[in-house]
Structure formats: structure tokens, C-alpha cells
Design a protein. Structure first.
Length: 323
């Protein structure tokens, strides 16, 4: 739900300057503020985006909190990408918390000040997600393709510096989005998401190629650890394509749509796929864990035993094609 509210606030029907004693005429020509920004009667795209954001509240916020708890619990044996994962989870929690406020403001408060704070949270999501994911891809890219350099750059200070840089860029972008009125400002996001998407695709494709190529001489099977890394990177690559391909495919062709269609339909739908990443990313991390957190091994074995027993009691029907 990225709606440029600066246009109705700063524009009037006539550019002519009025005398000081014609305040009534000025008020009559100023377009009133609307939280839907001209899409008051075409809210389908906006509500589609907000519907997916509800999933971020119900599933995404608990999942991101669990990711942070797990990262803190494993701080004595951290992965080099843990700081990026933690920052990304924190930003996704902040974005998810703003969703109920967005609903209340749309249908009850209708406040311009609240809408400004919401635009700041959208700026945070626009910038922090792609940049922190790009940092994670960079970390893995160097680890797989340049292991010697990776060993020299394993100190946490490098990742802390990179995280601070991402936070600064995020705050600057979000503040500019909140203020509004900057010419061609949406092109900044289009360029950012396109560059981040290309970078993440190149990094993950290079990692997959390197892992696939690293099989031993005369061996058909990949090493188990490398096979696990191969599946992990392939899984992440699919998520990146799912979340980032729609806006990358739609936003650069803004001129092909009418301003109304782009603002009320194309933009909200494209951002909806980007916003749902606040749920998909932490779930993908939790799924890849070898041990389910806060659940004992006895419970897992008991559940697996029940599932296998049920399958034995109800064997699948024979396939008539297999005689």
C-alpha cells in the first residue's frame, strides 16, 4: 500500500497566487486530504495488500520474534549472517506492528499525521528488506566463491559497519518518503529494487553453480554438507523470485499504465508480494533449522511415530497404471 500522499497535499487547481484576503477561494481550490489518495472508490488493490499484511501480523510477527530469540540463544556460536538476519527480523516486526494502525487510520482516524508515520514504516520495508537480503547474499557469495577472503573478513566489525550503513540509508529513504513532494522519488525505489533483485539472483545463481561444480572427481553424488547448502540456497532463490519478481516486472513499466491504474491497482498489488516477505523470510529460516526450537526431541519422535502409524493403518490405494 504505497500511496503518494504528497500530491493531493501540495497541489491546487490553479497555480496563480491569490491575494491575502481571498482565503475562502484558496480553501475551495485545495484538494482535501484523503488516506486513499484518489482511490476512495477503487480500493481493491489497497485492500489486497492489507489482507496480506494481516498475515504478517498473525504469523510474521511471532515468527520474527522466534527468529530473534533463536539468534540470541545461539549467540555463542553465531553464523556470519546472524546480525543481518536479526536486523531484518526486527524491521519486519516493526512493519507488522504498523498494519493495525493503518487499518484504523483508513476507516476511523483518517489522520494526515498518522499517514505520515505509516509512510515512514513503508519506507523502512522498501529499503531494509532488499538491502539486508543483499547483505546476506553477499556474505554467502564471498564464503563460497572466495573462502580465503572470507576468512580474513569474518570479524563482526565488518558486518556491524555494513548494518549501520543499511540503517542510515533506510532512515534517509524513509524520512524522504514521509516528507514527500520530491520529484520522481518513486524511481529511487524502482532502481533500488531492480538492482537488489539482480544482485541477489546473480549471487545465488553463482553459489549454486559453484556448489554444483564442486563435486569430487568421478563422484556423482555431492557432499552431504554441500548438498544441504545447495538446497538451502535454491530455496532462498525461489523465495526471492516470488517476493521480488512482481514489483521488478511491473514498476519499471509505469508509463504503460494510466496514473490512476498504476496508483490504485498496479502499485498496491506489486507491493503486496514484497510485503508478505515479512512472513515468508522468517518461516524459511525456521524450516531450515535442524531442530525445532522449544520442542523436545521426545515430542518430535512421538509425533513422527503417530504419523507413521496412521500411514500404516491407511496404506495408499494401488496405482492401476503400475501392474
Amino acid at each position: 500500500m504505497r500511496i503518494n500522499a504528497s500530491l493531493p497535499l501540495n497541489s491546487t487547481s490553479s497555480p496563480t497566487q491569490f491575494p491575502l484576503n481571498t482565503t475562502t477561494d484558496i480553501n475551495a481550490t485545495v484538494k482535501p486530504f484523503s488516506v486513499f489518495d484518489g482511490c476512495d472508490h477503487q480500493v481493491e488493490g489497497i485492500l489486497f495488500d492489507l489482507t496480506l499484511q494481516i498475515i504478517n501480523v498473525v504469523v510474521g510477527i511471532p515468527a520474527n520474534m522466534l527468529v530473534i530469540v533463536i539468534l540470541i540463544a545461539h549467540r555463542k556460536e553465531p553464523s556470519t549472517s546472524d546480525i543481518f538476519l536479526g536486523c531484518l527480523a526486527f524491521m519486519d516486526i516493526y512493519f507488522g506492528v504498523m498494519t493495525p494502525i493503518s487499518f484504523i487510520n483508513l476507516y476511523h482516524w483518517k489522520s494526515k499525521e498518522v499517514w505520515s508515520s505509516l509512510k515512514f514504516s513503508y519506507g523502512v520495508k522498501d529499503t531494509s528488506g532488499p538491502l539486508f537480503l543483499s547483505c546476506i547474499c553477499l556474505d554467502r557469495f564471498v564464503a563460497v566463491l572466495f573462502p580465503v577472503m572470507f576468512g580474513q573478513l569474518k570479524h563482526i566489525k565488518y558486518r556491524l559497519s555494513l548494518s549501520v550503513l543499511v540503517f542510515c540509508l533506510t532512515i534517509a529513504y524513509s524520512a524522504a518518503k514521509m516528507v514527500g513532494g520530491l520529484p520522481n522519488f518513486e524511481n529511487v525505489f524502482t532502481g533500488e529494487i531492480l538492482a537488489a533483485f539482480v544482485w541477489m539472483i546473480v549471487c545465488n545463481a553463482s553459489i549454486l553453480w559453484a556448489l554444483k561444480k564442486s563435486r569430487g572427481a568421478g563422484k556423482d553424488e555431492m557432499h552431504p554438507m554441500k548438498k544441504k547448502a545447495f538446497k538451502t540456497v535454491l530455496f532462498i532463490l525461489c523465495i526471492i523470485v516470488l517476493n521480488y519478481l512482481p514489483p521488478v516486472a511491473l514498476f519499471p513499466f509505469e508509463d504503460m499504465y494510466s496514473p490512476f491504474v498504476f496508483r490504485c491497482y498496479v502499485q498496491p498489488v506489486g507491493f503486496a508480494f514484497l510485503n508478505i516477505s515479512s512472513t515468508i523470510q522468517p518461516l524459511s529460516y525456521l524450516v531450515r533449522l535442524e531442530k525445532v526450537p522449544f520442542i523436545s526431541d521426545a515430542c518430535i519422535k512421538k509425533w513422527c511415530h503417530c504419523v507413521s502409524a496412521e500411514r500404516n493403518e491407511n496404506p495408499p490405494a494401488p496405482n492401476p497404471t503400475q501392474a
